[in-house]
Design a protein around this ligand. Structure first.
Ligand SMILES: Nc1ncnc2c1ncn2[C@@H]1O[C@H](COP(=O)(O)OP(=O)(O)OP(=O)(O)O)[C@@H](O)[C@H]1O
Ligand SMILES: [Mg+2]
Length: 618
């Protein structure tokens, strides 16, 4: 075949292939145009998954009659005029491609009434051919109707799924758009059915009400607000408590300067922010808006504008990860704190008391919390390592057992040295007993506190390990016979990228083949354990984190595994001072409301809840 220039119509259809993949892509382009036009209200109607009809109506600035034929031309836009504009885009569209692309693969009708004109006009395009320009009746704003998508491209048509599937795509898309702009009202209808109704929020913060409209009210109590700024960059939005994690990453929304994006760098930064509090394979929910100087981000990086490129990706990654980590660090037991575990009602069937739990007046100084009759020698037990060791060897840390018995027979009021209610109680109360070697029961002014020993201790140890890091290389043990770990070639590369980190953690590693790694020295604390499994999962993480921050993450993952292995396990008998030490350590530990896997570490049964359980009036 000779080389030739393709006819315009074919050029348009090829170009449309990049932008218009399915009905939802059409809706995306049309709604983005509406948002760019300054609309406050956007209504979308579809029939048969958008294949029959898609109609988007807005109350924006409109297009004047003379410009209608231009709007549907390729490379025609009102949003940029020069190269410099491209570097600082504040609109969602800018390529001047959407309308001509849609018009070349469907039957399109564009009706518009510009705000300052007294009349409306319309234009029709049929598979790329203009069919009509004439006066029309329309309130101020614009309506675009698209029928018979891909009617002239049977090959494309075959890739369109069933109406319910396509409707689902459109609904998900509209949810994202609605989350991006709480200041605009959205409605989506499929035939007679309203699939999304998101009127203008009436309460502040508008973003939170919009979130409830779109994702459901149930989600809101398990969210933490994020608002963090640094120079020209700001992160705002909501992230889920680790205890509200999900099996799928299906509620993760990122917006960059109002544009919904799927971005690996952003997702990886968020994942890293949660690394201390989420179990592997669980996913956080979040709605996050990143705002930054448009000069710092290139939005012209993907045909459907679903991805962006940051000028300094590394800095953005660091900024986001720190912001999320900081927001999550605040989840430790405090005065009047709600236990993480109470996201679900503690007592099935028992009605929960309305109103805030009785606030307790003031925490006593931690050291004065448990005045013991015998001189206290349990100071070392405040070191989480001592606790771990004592428990492993099954010896009490500080108290002879006789005294312990005497201790438990004294009432809590006697033990804290007063009986005037809340004063003197620390946030997690005073330990009473251990239940089945799994839970610690403690008395607080509000009622009963239940602590999962292992989960709590794991968190305390982990935070301590992290704090201790940097104090020098970990104690290690040289192996006579190296342990060999089999990994994939790219994982091996990732593992060998930073030998110093491994050394600092107490490892000596080298490759002994394209897919084999030898461990010649391992941390003393991991000796005889499932060290190869741990190393393997650390390496998998390394390879997955896209080369960003993996040192930090891997080191922490490693410490997390270590903490889990070292923490007291179920069925270990603890003395009251040991229990007390653990509760006090929890109060002083960041993120202590959940273990490293995101499970809650404690919960509370109020006296009111207990009374209800026993049908006891007070
Ligand atoms: N709903 C609308 N309200 C007002 N003007 C509109 C509307 N839709 C389109 N326009 C006008 O038509 C022009 C062309 O729209 P089109 O979507 O093809 O390109 P664009 O939005 O500029 O760029 P992109 O291809 O990136 O979307 C826009 O620049 C805008 O001026
Ligand atoms: Mg557009």
């Amino acid at each position: 075949m000779p080389i030739r220039i393709l006819p315009n119509e074919l050029i348009d259809q090829i170009a449309a292939g990049e932008v218009i993949e399915r009905p939802a892509s059409v809706i995306k382009e049309l709604v983005e145009n509406s948002l760019d036009s300054g609309a406050h209200r956007i209504e979308v109607d579809i029939e048969r998954g958008g294949i029959g009809l898609m109609r988007v109506r807005d109350d924006g600035c409109g297009i004047c009659a003379e410009e209608l034929p231009v709007a549907i031309c390729r490379h025609a836009t009102s949003k940029i005029a020069a190269l410099d504009d491209l570097a600082a885009i504040t609109t969602l569209g800018f390529r001047g491609e959407a309308l001509p692309s849609i018009g070349s693969v469907s039957r399109l009708r564009l009706i518009s009434h510009p705000t300052h004109a007294d009349r409306a006009a319309e234009i029709g395009v049929d598979g790329g051919t203009v069919t009509s320009v004439r006066p029309a009746a329309h309130p101020p704003g614009t309506t675009v109707e698209v029928r018979d998508l891909f009617f002239n491209i049977p090959a494309r048509r075959k890739f369109v799924r069933s109406p319910p599937t396509e409707t689902g795509h459109i609904a998900r898309l509209l949810e994202r758009l609605a989350l991006s702009r709480p200041d605009v009202s959205f409605r989506l209808r499929s035939g007679e059915r309203v699939l999304l109704d998101a009127p203008l929020p009436t309460r502040e913060p508008a973003g939170e009400e919009r979130l409830a409209q779109v994702l459901g009210k149930e989600l809101v109590p398990s969210l933490i607000a994020v608002d963090h700024a640094s120079g020209p960059v700001q992160l705002t939005g909501w992230i889920s408590l680790p205890t509200a994690s999900r099996a799928q990453p299906d509620q993760q929304y990122w917006f960059v300067n109002g544009r919904s994006v799927r971005d690996k760098l952003l997702a990886s930064a968020a994942r890293l922010g949660y690394r201390d509090v989420l179990y592997h394979g669980r996913h956080a929910a979040y709605v996050l808006h990143l705002s930054l100087d448009p000069q710092l981000v290139d939005v012209n990086a993907h045909p459907a504008k679903l991805e962006v490129r940051f000028r300094d990706g590394h800095q953005i990654h660091e900024f986001i990860f720190r912001a999320i980590e900081r927001a999550l660090a605040a989840t430790r037991p405090e005065v009047g704190a709600t236990p993480a575990a109470s996201a679900q009602p503690v007592l099935a069937g028992a009605a929960r008391l309305a109103g805030p739990a009785q606030a307790w007046s003031r925490p006593g100084p931690v050291s004065g919390v448990l005045p013991l009759s015998a001189p206290r020698v349990d100071v070392p037990s405040r070191d989480p390592w001592m606790l771990a060791q004592a428990v492993r060897e099954n010896v009490p840390v500080s108290m002879p057992s006789g005294e312990e018995t005497a201790q438990s027979s004294a009432s809590v009021e006697e033990r804290i040295g007063r009986d005037d209610g809340a004063a003197g109680y620390p946030p997690l109360g005073v330990p009473l007993a251990q239940l089945h070697g799994i839970y610690i029961l403690a008395q607080s002014p509000e009622g009963l506190i239940l602590v999962d020993m292992h989960a709590a201790h794991e968190r305390v140890l982990y935070e301590k390990l992290k704090a201790d890091r940097g104090a020098g290389p970990a104690a290690s043990q040289l192996l006579l016979e190296p342990l060999v770990v089999t990994v994939k070639p790219h994982e091996l590369d990732a593992a060998l990228e930073d030998p110093v980190s491994w050394e600092r953690a107490g490892f000596e590693i080298d490759s002994v083949g394209p897919t084999s790694l030898a461990l010649r020295r391992i941390p003393a604390l991991l000796a005889n354990d499932r060290v190869t499994d741990i190393v393997k999962s650390v390496i998998e993480d390394l390879a997955r984190e896209d080369g960003l921050h993996h040192l930090d993450a891997a080191a922490d993952r490693f410490l997390g595994t270590l903490a889990c292995r070292t923490a007291i396990h179920a069925r270990r008998r603890l003395t009251l001072p040991e229990m007390d030490a653990l509760l006090r350590q929890m109060e002083a530990t960041d993120r202590a409301n959940q273990c490293n896997h995101g499970r809650p570490t404690w919960t509370r049964l109020t006296l009111g809840e207990l009374d209800q359980l026993f049908l006891r009036g007070r």
